[in-house]
Design a protein around this ligand. Structure first.
Ligand code: PGA
Length: 248
């Protein structure tokens, strides 16, 4: 059985004093009441770096914590960067890699994603590898991103990662991809993964792009969709909890 994940990507939000801590507490408290079996469904939040350590310390009861990026090297002259080893020191569970906003604004390539992914695995941090096309129907591009991102990984390593399919046209636009479209792409990605050696199909493949409390129920009803990566709706505790409930 493939674990289902509901991951909140807070991006560079929220900005008001203490609101990130309050938001994490609200989500953690509400998830605790759901009594999730974490081997089947897990809720994850990925706050900005400045809040991550405190949130990891105070809200571990029922949610897992992820970072939104990290540098693949161990240490050294990399101004502004944080390494996977540093994240491991504060017990981070997940790290988002290759988000389309980083591909766009930081020119992050799949080759860099591949290096980061290997570094994350070395520190037992589960990478959530994002892939997605800019325009509807560019399926080969998505396949290429996935193949390049997992290059050189053993089948055992591939089975430790999470994939998030996030079409760029659906992110933050309100134009979420319809269930059938997502299922088609995810089915193809699973075949690609299996061809790369992930012969035990335990890798969760998520969908992301304008997921909200309303449309989450449709995604949750499809067994091929192993969870969601949520941006905007994850910084509203009530909305995010509804999405988690849909998958639980
Ligand atoms: P969105 O963002 O839910 O606001 O569309 C998703 C993401 O960027 O991960």
């Amino acid at each position: 059985m493939i674990k289902r994940l509901v991951v909140g990507n807070w991006k560079m939000n929220p900005v008001a004093n203490d609101s990130a801590i309050e938001l994490a507490k609200d989500i953690d408290g509400a998830v605790a009441k759901l009594n999730l079996d974490n081997s089947k469904v897990e809720a994850v939040i990925c706050p900005p770096f400045t809040e991550i350590e405190e949130i990891a310390r105070i809200s571990r009861a029922s949610i897992a914590i992820g970072a939104q990026d990290a540098w693949p090297g161990e240490s050294g002259a990399f101004t502004g960067e944080v390494s996977m080893g540093m994240l491991a020191k504060i017990d981070i569970d997940y790290v988002i890699l290759g988000h389309s906003e980083r591909r766009r604004y930081q020119n992050e390539t799949s080759e860099v994603v591949n290096q980061k992914l290997k570094s994350a695995l070395k520190y037992n941090i589960t990478p959530i590898v994002c892939v997605g096309e800019s325009e509807k129907g560019q399926h080969e591009l998505v396949t290429k991103q996935l193949i390049e991102s997992v290059k050189g990984l053993t089948s055992e390593e591939i089975n430790k990662i999470v994939i998030a399919y996030e079409p760029v046209w659906a992110i933050g636009t309100g134009d979420n991809a319809d269930g059938n479209y997502v299922v088609d792409v995810l089915t193809n990605l699973r075949t690609v993964l299996n061809n790369q050696g992930a012969n035990q199909p335990s890798v969760p493949i998520l969908y992301g792009g304008s997921v909200n409390a309303k449309n989450a129920t449709e995604y949750a009803s499809r067994m091929e969709i192993n969870g969601v990566l949520v941006g905007g709706a994850s910084i509203n505790a009530e909305e995010f909890i509804k999405i988690i409930k849909a998958f639980s």
